[in-house]
Design a protein around this ligand. Structure first.
Ligand SMILES: [Zn+2]
Ligand SMILES: [Zn+2]
Length: 347
């Protein structure tokens, strides 16, 4: 089959690799119908994720059709349409028993496109198929289901739920990429008083307004005082979500949060950020960091089936599967191309 493989920092190839087969009794092999590229894949290509070996098939976000299952798989059968999420829980370790699947210590967790071959291919082997795969309800499109593989559960669990957004909160989302915009959409379900998005690029800020932001600011040319003034009583925000993954963005969160507020970090960081405890120690702040667990995947699929969530605008560019290298070029030049999520479909 054809697949996109990591070949060491800065190098990727699209070419033939062996077909995956059922290896463990709990495995399923899924034929990929649609897939997307994640910002994390770009981090891997830069060499930021040393756990990824050369030759690894990348990708951890896809939808597909079950092709084969091992004898230990009980709840998923060949022919079913499924979401292949970023996290594959073993279901048995202490973390999984506590529903903290992202921290799985039983051989699962973030496996696909990391420590095992991933989804940017014609087929993928999925471990722990019963607990990893989710059947897609009728009426939910492949495109919408694709967003449930990683971006929407990350926004829901790591940003919205971790910060406990509610009707009394003013919310600032720093970052207008897919996770930032997903955070706006999902935060709206909890009716916060006001949502402000700080991001880069007119197209992304327009998209933020369509997702439900009350106000937007261009990150590059807005000072902290202006952003803070748009929060509660001019004193900042009850909730600030970091959805960029840079020291500058995190440090800005600590300057625009109000006392008593919560900062939820959703960005993937590759460099240290400053935390000014000499100023913040008495401010009653809560700072949360998490990896997505995928706990909310069933709920998100229900919200899509019921049309309570309509995330269609997050996918901006579409390709055939064998155009995946071109999809990478568009996604990695997001500023120039205006890309949010790019999707590639089976030809
Ligand atoms: Zn991802
Ligand atoms: Zn586990």
């Amino acid at each position: 089959m054809r697949a996109l493989t990591y070949q060491g920092p800065g190098r990727r190839t699209w070419g033939e690799v062996p077909d995956p087969v059922v290896h463990d009794p709990e495995d399923a092999v899924v034929r990929i119908d649609a897939l997307t590229i994640c910002g994390t894949d770009l981090h891997i290509l830069k060499g930021d994720v040393p756990g990824v070996a050369s030759g690894r098939v990348l990708g951890h976000e896809a939808v597909g059709t079950v092709h084969a299952t091992g004898p230990g798989v009980r709840t998923i059968a060949p022919g079913e349409r499924v979401v292949v999420p970023s996290i594959s829980p073993c279901g048995r370790c202490l973390s999984c028993r506590r529903a903290v699947y992202g921290q799985c210590s039983g051989g699962g967790g973030w496996v696909l496109g990391h420590t095992a071959d991933g989804t940017q291919a014609e087929y993928v082997r999925v471990p722990f198929a019963d607990s990893s795969l989710h059947r897609i309800p009728d009426g939910v499109t492949d495109e919408n289901a694709l967003l449930v593989a990683d971006v929407l559960p990350t926004a829901f669990e790591v940003a919205v739920q971790a910060s406990g957004i509610g009707p009394e909160d003013s919310v600032a989302v720093i970052g207008a990429g897919p996770v930032g915009l997903g955070t706006v959409m999902l935060a709206r379900l909890f009716s916060p008083r006001r949502i402000v998005v700080v991001g880069r690029g007119a197209e992304r800020l327009e998209a933020a307004k369509r997702c439900g932001a009350d106000a937007t600011f261009e990150a590059g040319d807005t000072d902290d005082d202006t952003i803070r003034a748009a929060g509660r009583d001019g004193t900042g925000y009850d909730v600030v979500v970091e959805a960029v993954g840079t020291p500058e963005a995190f440090e800005r969160c600590t300057r625009v949060v109000r006392s008593g507020g919560r900062i939820a970090n959703a960005g993937v960081h590759g460099a240290p950020a400053l935390l000014h405890l000499e100023r913040l120690w008495s401010n009653n702040l809560t700072i949360t960091t998490r990896l997505v667990d995928g706990r909310t995947v069933p709920t998100l699929l229900d919200l899509l089936a019921d049309r309570r969530l309509q995330p269609g605008g997050l996918i901006t560019h579409r390709f055939a599967l064998d155009e995946l290298p071109a999809a990478y070029d568009v996604f990695s030049q997001a500023r120039a191309s205006g890309a949010l999520k790019v999707a590639a479909f089976r030809c």
